[in-house]
Design a protein around this ligand. Sequence first.
Ligand code: GLN
Length: 482
Amino acid sequence: MPETALQLAARVGRGQLGPAEPAAQSLARIRASDDRLHAFLSLREDAPERASRLGRSAFLGLPLAGVPVAIKDNLNLVGTVTSCGSRMLANYRSPYTATVVERLERAGAVVVGKTNLDEFAMGSSTENSAFGATRNPWDLGRVPGGSSGGSAAAVAGGQVPLALGSDTGGSVRLPAAFCGVLGFKPTYGRLSRYGLVAFASSLDQVGVLARSSADLAAALDVMCGIDPLDSTSIDHPPSFTAALDLGISGLRVGWIRQALRGNHPAVERAMATVQQVLEAGGARFGEADLPTLEAAVPAYYLIADSEASSNLARYDGMLYGLRSGGSDYSAVMAESRAEGFGQEVKRRVLMGTYALSSGYYDAYYSKAMRVRRLIARDFAAAFGAYDLLLCPTAAEPAFPIGERSADPLAMYRTDVYTVGISLAGLPALSLPAGYAQVDGKQLPVGIQLIAPALRDELILAVSQHFERVTEGRFFGIAPGFA
Ligand code: GLN
């Protein structure tokens, strides 16, 4: 059983283990398992040499000394290809490094590779990658969730203890739930977006996937905080690790009423488990009414696609990436976009352009923005009565590869419990809390813990309590990859 990030960091940070060792072991595990998972798009083969070259002493006392990490391939790391899972950027090399990645490296972490994703992070299954689907380590016939499916599979498949993803409408939380790992999306602004390739800028947040609450907290502590290169980043002191032992006594917890029905029986059992564990720890439970959440999916897809249609205009065949033939500007642009983008990305750009076009703007985009404000208001009201809100991450466990690819609405509905939280900019964690038995396979399910804006730390305290009481029974590496 591979060690946690903090166990590795303790040994490297004290000089008991060479800084190249964990990265070398991680790369060996990736090579042994990635033909089954396809979690990675590229490996940093020289990661161990880079760590050795820095020397043992460079890592002494660092919080993440020598910890191998994987990063989603929409995060820039200088000199590496950042493809975003798209033919458009298949040969694009980053000229700079994302702030969150730079901060991880400064804390001693060693990037071992870039993970697979739905093209430009648009999707819920990682099937929309131009480079092939990632598979769920718990059942290779099922999706890992998306769009950070590569990062989730890498953590659940024991390839790395820690990975970065991005979450616009659930892309860290959903794959975390489907793969049985922790997946955290902070309050919008707590992690810098500088160097994260933009999908929908008012929603995009970097998120973390891990197998232990303490590992998650350590990564957040080193990454969070204001960044002059991202004007939406927030100056707020890092105290995730300090929050782990706050306890939960007296905590007021509300189940979101709109998410109580229509869930898979295993999801219902996981809900009961979480309630039991938290009640035994002194939390009190009730129900919270958030009626406007019913409109979250259409509002989210209108807003996200509108922003995407603007953000993706930069891929015109001139500035970045793929350029296809044509004798004038519009021909080059049309050809490059026709060839470079996959079907889902084209659908999003078309929908977003339509929603923003004059004559439809009020009917679609403005209306969706009004819904967004109402959802934020419903959350604010609910947090008047509760410290923490709960709902499943998804209504069901991971679905079979191919099941929803021909039906975009079925795919979009997978996000029913995650997108409202994103529209409100709130922090949320997908906590692994149970298993379903489906066709003879064990499949993980996750429950979301949602806190008010900037109360991210509270979530870590609850997660740590749950992890301790359940002795990590729902956390860990998928059978067959341990
Ligand atoms: N599934 C959602 C979408 O396709 C969310 C994606 C994300 O969070 N990046 O837009």
